[in-house]
Design a protein around this ligand. Structure first.
Ligand code: ZN
Length: 66
């Protein structure tokens, strides 16, 4: 009888942190594609200036709060 040498299990996890990914259910809503305004330049349609929008538009004065 030919005895095979005892080998360590071939499937070994690398010594790294376990993945934080949890199993998702198939009917779980996908939240990976988030719609953000990041990178989109705001343009105020009141004074037509970039950097802010009409929500943050505070009159056409150039007053600065100090
Ligand atoms: Zn403006």
């Amino acid at each position: 009888m030919d005895m095979l040498p005892i080998m360590p299990p071939t499937l070994r996890r690398p010594p790294s942190r376990p993945t934080k990914m949890r199993r998702r259910e198939s009917d779980e809503p996908q939240t990976t594609t988030k719609l953000t305004k990041k990178g989109v330049e705001m343009k105020c349609n009141k004074c037509n200036k970039l950097g802010h929008n009409k929500k943050s538009y505070k009159g056409n004065s150039t007053k600065t709060f100090q």
